[in-house]
Ligand binder design. Structure first.
Ligand code: NDP
Length: 295
């Protein structure tokens, strides 16, 4: 009988549990009011509803106070911005999350810029992204990329010297993970929809981060044997099943390590949101915070 090679699974579910337990203990040890996270949800996007509910549930589990502020889809941009100013001024609120996407009549960048740099739990504020670019670790970093780094660290995967291919160049995943990997001494190629010969770039990569939102984009044949494959994509099939951007079933016989979808990057993202909430709280209270990334 021929034995098939199978990749080691990078288990985001288990790793996030361990990370959250650390955060829970950290929260338990804080003196004074508990850290508080406020999520702002506009409209009734079903996926957003699920994500926000999940975040609130995890917050509750680890002793982080949370509130959900809902607004109708037709709220005006000025009114939403006013509300965010009020949250910025509320000393009981430590962390503000604006669930994306926002309705089309609202300028998301303008809204994200309004969130105080000190309460920017998603790390999307231009100042926080700028710090990341400069190699100065901000208190809160984009959750998905920072979660990926935490997952790699948990499995002791050292990216130093690796060739990495990041598929996707968004401000929330592709660009920040490329910066983080560069900082960790990987040599990174950022790919996007205008990249020619994507598969050639992938085949050369020791580490692939797939964050395009395209089912089946990364096929086993384009994966270098034993490569580390991180699948960020979330694609909902007609039957309701969720799959990533990587063809998992075939890729797992080729990669060295691979994240499943679900239970890979997703839970790490939520865990990082909690890490960020506590880090912001500490920064606001003049308490020291450890570096997570730039170590
Ligand atoms: P965006 O839609 O903002 O960006 C997608 C990127 O992928 C773009 O840069 C785009 O290129 C590129 N792209 C699209 N199609 C191709 C292609 N065929 N070949 C190469 N590149 C391509 O998405 P996000 O960054 O916000 O999210 C990416 C995916 O990750 C989505 O599926 C999203 O649902 C998921 N996600 C998962 C999270 C989690 O917690 N697991 C968190 C955040 C996102 P171009 O710039 O040229 O248009």
């Amino acid at each position: 009988m021929m034995l098939h090679h199978t990749a080691r699974i990078l288990d985001g579910q288990e790793t996030s549990k361990a990370l959250l337990e650390k955060v829970r203990l950290d929260v338990e040890g804080l003196i004074g009011p508990k850290p508080k996270l406020v999520a702002v949800l506009v409209g009734e996007n079903p996926a957003s509803e699920i994500y926000v509910a999940r975040k609130m549930k995890v917050a509750e589990k680890i002793g982080v106070a949370s509130d959900l502020h809902r607004f109708p889809a037709d709220i005006g941009e000025a009114e939403l911005i006013d509300h965010i100013h009020r949250l910025n001024d509320d000393i009981m609120v430590n962390a503000i999350l604006v669930q994306l996407p926002l309705p089309r009549h609202i300028d998301s960048l303008k809204v994200l810029d309004t969130v105080s740099v000190h309460k920017d739990v998603d790390g999307f504020h231009p100042v926080n992204l700028g710090r990341l670019l400069m190699g100065i670790e901000p208190p809160a970093m984009p959750c998905t990329p920072a979660g990926i780094i935490q997952l790699l660290d948990a499995y002791k995967i050292n990216v130093d010297g690796m060739r990495a291919a990041v598929v996707g160049r968004s401000n929330i995943v592709g660009k920040p993970i490329a910066l983080m990997l560069t900082h960790r001494n990987a040599t990174v190629t950022i790919c996007h929809s205008r990249t020619s010969n994507l598969d050639d770039i992938l085949r050369d990569a020791d580490l692939i981060v797939a964050a395009a939102g395209q089912q089946g984009l990364v096929k086993a044949e384009a994966i270098k044997p034993e490569a580390v494959v991180i699948d960020v994509g979330i694609n909902r099939l007609e039957d309701g099943k969720i799959v990533g951007d990587v063809d998992f079933e075939s890729a797992r016989h080729r990669a060295g390590f691979i994240t499943p979808v679900p239970k890979g990057v997703g839970p790490m993202t939520i865990a990082m949101l909690m890490v960020n909430t506590v880090r912001l709280y500490k920064a606001q209270h003049g308490q020291p915070i450890e570096n997570l990334l730039f170590i």
